[in-house]
Design a protein around this ligand. Sequence first.
Ligand SMILES: C[S@@+](CC[C@H](N)C(=O)[O-])C[C@H]1O[C@@H](n2cnc3c(N)ncnc32)[C@H](O)[C@@H]1O
Length: 315
Amino acid sequence: MTVLAAAGHYSVMLDEAIEGLAIKADGVYIDATYGRGGHSQAILSRLGPDGRLLAFDRDSEAVADARQRLADDQRFEIVHSAFGNLSDVVQQQGLLGKVDGLLFDLGVSSPQIDSAERGFSFRADGPLDMRMDQSQGQSAAQWLQGAEESEIVHVLREYGEERYARRIARSIVARNEQSPLTTTSQLRDLIIEASPRQERHKDPATRSFQALRIQVNDELGEVKRVLQQALSVLAPAGRLVVISFHSLEDRIVKRFMRKHSRQVDTMPRDIPFSAPAEPNALKLIGKACSASKSELSENSRSRSAILRVAERCPC
Ligand SMILES: C[S@@+](CC[C@H](N)C(=O)[O-])C[C@H]1O[C@@H](n2cnc3c(N)ncnc32)[C@H](O)[C@@H]1O
């Protein structure tokens, strides 16, 4: 099932995420990516009066939405922060090792994409910003002005798999030397001009815009940082549920979950006795799954979603 939250975001793989969290009525949960609160509201609907939900979002508009929508719910609190600060915030709240479920629905929300002023979309003209948290860091325009051509090539290739990365990067640098790119339309026009051939049914700017967004928000760095922290945040039997939308993001999640759920014999092979294996930090719950056919027919954004679940092992 997908849910169109009042503010216009379909919550991807909602039922699967809620099932993965295995919610206890009096448990403590974290929604690390509030967005427009579809997953948060589903969690709250399963919590009793003693349950608690702490949410994060680095976007001040998402935080404002939460403070308005859930103002009267004493079980709920939202923090305006990147989830890369998870363990600090959780420690301040006295909840380290006490969290029964931790949910990540990665990437951007529909309101972010749909709002021209945020600069995420090539479909509408707006400032070339792309920051989820506009109160800090560099906008896409600023990053492009300061970056070397080789860095731009790397980002477009790695995060966007853009085959014309070199041509596009060269055009960006040349253009910025004359008069800096400041809008999404300027960048889209430049990409179209620099791309000799175009993919059918795909705007030529799709890959570069995705790549720049990932770079500007350090999206992969955030995921790597937070997964390590998740181990100290979760209570024994606490659930980790991650929905990712990009193959590099999913690879980080998959490797992390596999690494911490495999029995590893730490002794060198030439020592003639078997050492006790390191205790696993995680147990995999089910296999990675994608959105159902009916969800796909309702919401095309769920096409690239992959959901993985793991459980914190008792230490
Ligand atoms: C896909 S949306 C989440 C939608 C939400 N589950 C719902 O049902 O409405 C992702 C949200 O996570 C936020 N976000 C992405 N990366 C973040 C990070 N590193 N720290 C905090 N928030 C982040 C974005 O600002 C966005 O609002």
